[in-house]
Every structure is written in C-alpha cells, then in structure tokens.
Design a protein around this ligand. Sequence first.
Ligand code: FAD
Length: 149
Amino acid sequence: MSLCRLIYSSQAISGLTYPDLKDILEKSEKNNPPLGITGFLCLGNSMFLQMLEGERAVVTQTYNRIINDNRHFNIQLIYFDEIESRMFTDWSMKVVQIGVNSPPEVKTLILKYSPSAVFAPEKMTTSQCLNLMNDIKVLIEEKKTVNLI
Ligand code: FAD
C-alpha cells in the first residue's frame, strides 16, 4: 500500500450550476471517507484544481471516475507521486470558489503563485499549486472568509 498524491486541473463546462457543485461535494463526502481519500477542490475562472490523497490504487480509480465526468473537460494531470504524509488529513473534500467575490487574502494568494491575477491552474507549476492550496487551507482553518460550497 502506497500513499500518493494526485493533482489535476480541468475546465468546467459553461453551463455548470451551483447544484452541480453541491452534487460534486455530496458525492465526494459520500465516497471519499470509506476509501481513505482526502483532498481539496478549487473552482475559479471556470477552472478546477483538485488534489486527491490516498492509497495509489484508490486514488487512480477515483481519478479515472472523475475524468469521465461530463461536467468538466481539458483535464491536465499536474502531479502524481508517492508522499510521506497527507496535507489534508481532516478533509474528505472541501470545495472552494475563487473569483471576483473572493476575499482580498485569496486574491493576494492567486497573484503570489500565478503569472497573472486570474486563477489559471493549468499555467501553474506543481509547487505553486501545492502552496496555493496549502495557503487557502490555512485561511480556512483561521476562519477567514473563504467561499466554501
Ligand atoms: P452515482 O450518481 O451513483 O453515479 C453512478 C455512475 O454514473 C458513476 O460512477 C459514473 O460512472 C456515472 N456518472 C454519474 N454522474 C456522472 C456525470 N456527471 N458524468 C459522467 N458520468 C457520471 N467524486 C468522488 O467520489 N470524489 C471526488 O473527490 C470527486 N471530485 C470531483 C471533482 C470534479 C471536478 C468533478 C467534476 C467531479 C468529482 N466527483 C468526485 C464526482 C465524480 O465524477 C462522480 O460523479 C461520482 O464519484 C459518482 O459517484 P457515485 O458512483 O457514487 O454516483
């Protein structure tokens, strides 16, 4: 059994609705805990950035299911490797919306780790993605206003 982390970006379909996001969160909260999957999902500028952590075969199966979901496309695998420990131990999945209504702290983080002020995970390096997700997690844990679904 090998503990792994997977990160990908994808483009949301233009008709993605709030109920779609709620459904993704509910499915994740139902499916991930019994599988030992933890992670984080950001949506901004019609782009998803997701991290999945867990046992290699289980992460692979979950990723294969997710990439067949018709609510997103242009999926880019950013990172997949063995890890010593998880970043998101307490989260079966959290979904954060990043956009014009985001608090200034989140906008600052996007600028800090991106070539532009617009959230574009497909243009970010692995470490920029990791740092951005970790810093948003810290904001959430400090109970700063972050737009959680
Ligand atoms: P059911 O609704 O019972 O689905 C049964 C089967 O129908 C699925 O296995 C799938 O093959 C098919 N199906 C259902 N909905 C769709 C759809 N919209 N498009 C194509 N086929 C579909 N799920 C997780 O469990 N964990 C996650 O972390 C997770 N993250 C996601 C992130 C993103 C960006 C997106 C778009 C989806 C994510 N999902 C996640 C949802 C995932 O893609 C599946 O819809 C979900 O896992 C199906 O769960 P189920 O088999 O219990 O549901």
